[in-house]
Design a protein around this ligand. Structure first.
Ligand SMILES: Nc1ncnc2c1ncn2[C@@H]1O[C@H](COP(=O)(O)OP(=O)(O)OP(=O)(O)O)[C@@H](O)[C@H]1O
Length: 348
């Protein structure tokens, strides 16, 4: 594992110190910003096959908030998170955690941070659940006896109380996932990175976990950076969303603003006149259309922009289709995501 603490000599110089003065006063005043990333770039390889995984990315994350990181496969999310965590050495850029430059003062900066990557972390399967929490508190530099109340609360909130003294290897996958999350939170980290935290959890466990995250953010000022392909989780739990595409951040806003700003409209239309020929014409024009039988006709559901919306109704009118049932459906984060990433790839 590469470490931010020992940048290799051939790495391009980092721009540490450009953003804040680095004085104690500047550092203290910046504590409302938990994470600050400036001009971060990372390329893999050389020549024509080189990939720019992270391309001059800058953002700040406010203390006591949950920020979702979304993007299609290969967008650069993992590279970005690993660069912030010092597991990948970026070619350029600055990362500060609570005002402390992670490349200049890694020990201090990362003292506040913990992470769960790829949906899990290395819990010790032979140790019990509680022993794991004590172990991870200890390696975070915290006396486990001093955070016993926190551990009790985590065990209760995550439904692990009855399993506290059971070795982790005997637990179900979902339970292990919860132990992973509890371990990340066990040492009192103030900033946590969670990659796919709800992967493999049943709906109930996923909701419990989401509630617990919100509680920790609201009551304990925890800061969470969460990446997930589950849009429902992101929409429900995040204060703000960063959407990445091709190494760049193409949207950075609250969930509400992203939903308000989207030109995506989802509509469901049922008619006995929607026969196979018309459905086929619509399928040629609108990608991702859903079709189900309805009486002698069909019910169709599709998502499109304003122009597509007008075109749809013009087509139906021209074909003499009687609209028996029309239902518009509020766009969700998935619609916004598809819209923005399609525009970025030049597909719309
Ligand atoms: N170690 C590496 N060596 C070479 N290329 C890499 C390496 N790690 C990532 N990449 C490339 O960098 C780009 C971004 O990858 P990254 O894993 O950061 O994306 P991601 O958004 O996390 O994707 P996913 O959602 O699939 O996990 C991809 O083109 C990937 O192939």
């Amino acid at each position: 594992m590469e470490s931010a603490g020992s940048p290799s000599a051939d790495a391009a110089p980092l721009t540490g110190g450009d953003v804040a003065a680095g004085t104690e006063t500047a550092t203290t005043n910046r504590h409302d910003v938990a994470v600050s990333v400036t001009g971060l770039s990372k390329r893999f390889g050389d020549g024509p096959t080189a990939v720019t995984a992270v391309d001059d990315v800058s953002f700040e994350i406010e203390t006591g908030s949950i920020v979702g990181l979304l993007g299609p496969n290969g967008a650069g999310k993992t590279t970005l998170i690993k660069s912030i965590l010092g597991m990948v050495l970026p070619d350029a850029g600055t990362v500060r955690i609570r005002g402390i430059d992670v490349y200049d003062r890694p020990r201090e900066a990362y003292a506040y941070v913990d992470a769960m990557l790829e949906g899990a972390r290395n819990d010790y399967w032979r140790l019990t659940v509680r022993e794991n929490l004590r172990y991870f508190a200890t390696i975070s530099g915290v006396d486990p006896d001093s955070v016993r109340d926190r551990h009790d609360r985590l065990l209760t909130q995550l439904g692990l109380e009855a399993k506290a003294d059971v070795p982790v290897r005997e637990l179900s996958r979902g339970m292990k996932q919860k132990v992973s999350l509890a371990s990340v939170l066990a040492g009192g980290a103030e900033v946590v990175f969670l990659d796919e935290p709800t992967l493999g959890l049943d709906i109930e466990s996923s909701r419990t976990l989401q509630r617990e995250l919100r509680r920790l953010v609201e009551e304990e000022n925890l800061t969470v950076i969460l990446s997930s392909h589950d849009m429902d989780v992101v929409e429900t739990v995040c204060d703000r969303v960063l959407i990445m595409s091709d190494g760049a951040i193409i949207a950075d806003d609250t969930v509400a603003a992203l939903l308000d700003g989207t030109d995506r409209h989802r509509v469901q239309i049922a008619s006995r006149d929607l026969d196979a020929a018309i459905v086929s014409r619509l399928e040629d024009r609108f990608a991702g259309i859903r079709v189900e039988p309805y009486d002698r006709g069909n019910v169709i559901e599709l998502t499109t922009d304003s122009d597509g919306f007008y075109e749809l109704f013009d087509t139906l009118r021209a074909a003499g289709v009687t609209l028996e049932r029309v239902r518009t459906i509020e766009p969700d984060l998935e619609d916004v995501f598809v819209d923005l990433t399609a525009v970025d790839r030049g597909e719309r």
